[in-house]
Design a protein around this ligand. Structure first.
Ligand SMILES: [Zn+2]
Length: 472
């Protein structure tokens, strides 16, 4: 991580943290009233029961063990692949073994992009192999590849100001400084389209990561409707730095890029598992993670961890015979990585019953030690969640961060006005491994997964059981 990234990262983190709720304690007290606050506090005992069962009892180590079995058996589970469908069948079977049988799958069409051979060779100023990963949906090069000079931009401002004739026929390299993922990934998602508009023949992006051991990070990108579909790939931080140094010295850099891939569509499934509520079965508290992954690595972290703590929630509640008033629904989204495809299909298919979604949760930014929740909703909704989170001080998971668009898949549902939250966790190293060959079980920890599963389950239970709906 370079020095400037550290400063920018810390700055953005402290801005986030400054938005925590405790300051608004008085406001929350007025909005909720003594009775509701006392009611939420009364869940202390059931929260302890869940935490004890997962952290010291029979469920200890189970989330990690089950995740490891799953990841070791299936490995990567890219959108549209047969292995993804088999992994969905496996999760259904695993859930049935827990005697949870309210399971449905909903079919949808998903992109099926298959990476072929990829190679970049630097030809000038010296011969060197450049590690790369093509970006999702990237077009192929001709068999002999594309050989062209490189032009480097740190941001879109510089690209916009460049003359078309200086970009035409070249390979654009975007070399942005990593600030936050959501801010920096525009150079991956839109880079090819913007470079093509200026006449570039291919585009490369510095991997969207704050740290690297020479690993390229793939990810999604889409071509604009009008765009000339030029091949596009991510290269490592090390190679991006090398090329930039050469470029700044005025050296002429020539690359040969060879990439091949295929793109079609296949049918996949969202998986929906219900632990039916005892009083209001039609009302839903949703926990979720996505079951698909990139084709590189094993998808253990992204999003095996989120998948398994969301699988664990109804399982743990069922085993403890804790049936809340509302239904706890666990969703395993499909085809998240190629553009939240499963989430969009779910939102459309369930629009007429969206009034029944009381609260929606997702874990897709790592399952390291939980710290709390990143919450979207009205002031009163946030105050209720803040009060629930106070119950988790013993495991240091009481922080509430406000964000109007938390999560990835659930952002599709939240933008329709439904309150929800993503897991806030100690994920400072998440983007070190994200979308790389390094996303393996070695990133996961049994203790942290236990904490995550216990927290996730207890929060879902309390919100599904309290006397009030989460207001909109
Ligand atoms: Zn993910």
């Amino acid at each position: 991580m370079n020095f400037l990234s550290v400063i920018l990262f810390s700055l953005s983190l402290s801005v986030c943290l400054a938005k925590q709720l405790p300051k608004h304690e008085d406001k929350c007290h007025n909005l909720l009233g003594d009775e509701l606050i006392a009611e939420i506090l009364s869940y202390e005992k059931v929260k302890d029961e869940i935490l004890n069962y997962v952290l010291q009892g029979d469920f200890k180590g189970q989330t990690y063990d089950q995740l490891a079995k799953f990841v070791d058996k299936f490995g990567a589970r890219p959108s549209g692949s047969e292995v993804l469908e088999r992994s969905i069948d496996y999760m259904i079977e695993l859930t049935r073994e827990e005697d949870i049988n309210d399971i449905v799958t909903e079919e949808l069409e998903v992109p099926h992009w298959v990476r072929g051979e990829e190679k970049i060779t630097m030809l000038e100023p010296r011969v060197k192999d450049i590690s790369l990963l093509g970006l999702g949906r990237s077009a192929s090069t001709p068999p002999e590849g594309i050989t062209a000079e490189v032009i480097v931009f740190e941001n879109y401002d510089q690209l916009d100001k460049a003359l078309d004739e200086d970009v035409r026929g070249k390979i654009v390299l975007y070399d942005p400084i990593f600030t936050t993922y959501s801010e920096t990934n525009q150079y991956r998602t839109q880079g090819a389209t913007k470079a093509a508009a200026k006449g570039a023949v291919a585009s490369l992006v510095r991997s969207i990561a704050p740290f690297s051991i020479n690993s390229p990070h793939t990810g999604s990108q889409t071509y604009g409707d009008e765009a000339n579909k030029i091949p596009t790939a991510a290269i490592t931080l090390e190679d991006a730095d090398l090329i930039r140094r050469m470029y700044d010295r005025g050296e002429n850099i020539v690359l040969n890029i060879k990439m091949s891939s295929t793109l079609d569509t296949k049918v996949s499934r969202n998986t929906i598992i219900d632990l039916k509520g005892s009083v209001h079965p039609e009302k839903l508290v949703i926990v979720s993670g996505h079951i698909d992954s990139w084709d590189v690595g094993q998808g253990a972290m992204d999003d095996g961890g989120g998948l398994f703590i969301s699988w664990a929630a109804p399982v743990i509640l069922k085993r403890l015979n804790l049936i809340p008033k509302r239904t706890v629904r666990s969703i395993f989204w499909t085809a998240e990585e190629l553009g939240l495809v499963g989430a969009y299909a779910y939102e459309e298919a369930h629009r007429n019953e969206s009034h029944n979604i009381n609260f929606i949760m997702e874990s897709d930014e790592g399952t390291f030690a939980p710290l709390g929740l990143i919450v979207a909703g009205t002031d009163k909704a946030r105050c209720i969640v803040a009060e629930v989170l106070k119950l988790f001080e013993s495991i240091n998971a009481s922080t509430l961060i406000e964000d109007d668009s938390p999560g990835s898949d659930i952002s599709v549902i939240i933008k329709t006005g439904i309150p929800g939250a993503s897991l806030h966790n100690e994920n400072e190293k998440y983007f070190w491994f994200h979308h790389t060959e390094g996303d393996t079980m070695n990133v996961e920890s049994p203790e942290e997964l236990d904490l995550g599963a216990a927290f996730w389950t207890a929060v879902a239970y309390i919100i599904a059981d309290i006397s009030v709906d989460i207001p909109r």
